[in-house]
Write a protein that binds this ligand. Structure first.
Ligand code: PLP
Length: 385
């Protein structure tokens, strides 16, 4: 017990101890915390769909029709018509032969790396990949090699030197803490040249980028049999879950082998039905995406010239790098005192010395909300100088 207490105290001292805030209610982009309404720039609900009336109605109707639980794992008796319909809808939506639905993106990524890459294979991971991909890489018996963030040249050299049987390049499409987009066209060309698979985690692009929100591959016009696509359904889609889209053979292999698919209770069918309704809204949501893009431009223009470094990003994730954990935490606290909630992201989630405010925008925000954030940050900068 003392050991844990000491470790907790050490975290506290370094400004790294994490605490959860209890959300009591959501009102559009505002969250109620301890009775106080905060204007929030911290969710991944990029299109505001978690509060969408059509999705709420779909969830209620599905609960009434199917009940609230799936009853079993998918291979026993938990694969309902709603799951099957969702998988077909998702595969067609992102342009792949087949899709497999997972309970969470974390589980989908564990499955991808553990199941597809085997002893004698090699896995090449971008240095800033999401923790779930890192953990998936830890589970594989394949050799795991990290390449510098976004560095296609370094990756090319590694692939050229590789003697592995099968090679897998694994990357976030939109990096979750930096907001930048991986050089996917270049990566796919390298994979073509070196006969490697390309696994793309599009947690932050699905629903947001591409024609009708079909994701980052659509945004960049990429398609190939060697692509394996992972999208999540709890971010822009506003509900929960994830999916892998790929060829028939890859998906069927996952059904046979993926432990995080086989040994877990299937997602409630009401959730799958709600996601189905969400895909319709995403498909018809060009106005939401246009509004979101406008907010991104407005924020970036408004924050130009502040003492903190706004990372180059054209996505809804707009990181403001402050540096030391304590400073990032202080800035986040000062914003909260002024009624605005922007989380400080600290190591180990991001590299030491790059603690930041991760500002995330949503189509649920109005221009006036973004203006309020800009003015408040400018005030804070005055006090800091
Ligand atoms: C959120 C996220 C995941 C995990 O998805 P969940 O459905 O939340 O488990 C995986 N990859 C990336 C890049 C993410 O941002």
């Amino acid at each position: 017990m003392q050991d844990f207490q000491e470790q907790l105290a050490a975290l506290e001292q370094r400004g790294l101890r994490r605490r959860r805030r209890i959300v009591e209610a959501a009102h559009g982009p505002e969250a109620q915390i301890a009775g106080q309404r905060l204007l929030a720039f911290c969710s991944n609900d990029y299109l505001g769909l978690s509060q969408h009336p059509e999705l709420i109605r779909a969830a209620q109707a599905a609960a009434a029709a199917y009940g609230v639980g799936s009853g079993a794992s998918a291979l026993i008796s938990g694969h309902w018509a709603a799951h099957e319909q969702l998988e077909q809808r998702l595969a067609a939506f992102v342009g792949f032969p087949r899709a497999l639905h997972f309970s969470t993106g974390y589980m989908a990524n564990l499955a991808l790396l553990q199941t597809l890459a085997r002893r004698g294979d090699a896995v090449y991971c971008d240095a800033l990949n999401h923790a779930s991909l890192i953990d998936g890489a830890r589970l594989t018996r394949a050799e795991v090699v990290e390449y510098p963030h976004g560095d296609a040249e370094a990756l090319a050299a590694l692939l050229a030197a590789s003697k592995a049987r099968s090679k897998f390049v694994v990357t976030d499409a939109v990096f979750s803490m930096d907001g930048d987009i991986a050089p996917l066209s270049r990566l796919l060309a390298l994979c073509e040249a070196h006969d490697a698979w390309l696994i793309v985690d599009d947690a932050h692009g699905f629903g947001v980028l591409g024609a009708q929100g079909r994701g980052t591959l659509s945004h960049l016009g990429l398609a190939a049999p060697r692509l394996i696509y992972m999208g999540t359904l709890g971010k822009a889609a506003g509900v929960a879950g994830a999916f892998v889209a790929a060829s028939e053979a890859v998906v069927d292999w996952l059904v046979q082998q993926a432990r995080t698919y086989i040994y877990t209770t299937a997602t409630p069918p009401m959730v799958a039905a709600t996601v189905l309704a969400s895909i319709d809204v995403i498909e018809q949501g060009d106005d939401l995406r246009a509004h979101l893009r406008q907010l991104v431009t407005r924020l970036r223009d408004g924050l130009a010239g502040l003492p903190w470094r706004l990372l180059p990003s054209e996505t809804a994730i707009q990181p403001l790098v402050v540096g030391e954990s304590r400073l990032a935490l202080d800035l986040s606290t000062r914003l909260r005192e002024r009624g605005i909630w922007v989380p400080a992201i600290r190591p180990p989630t991001v590299p030491m010395g790059t603690a930041r405010l991760r500002i995330s925008l949503s189509a649920a925000h109005e221009e006036a909300h973004v203006d309020r954030l800009i003015e408040t940050l400018r005030d804070c900068a005055q006090v800091s100088l």
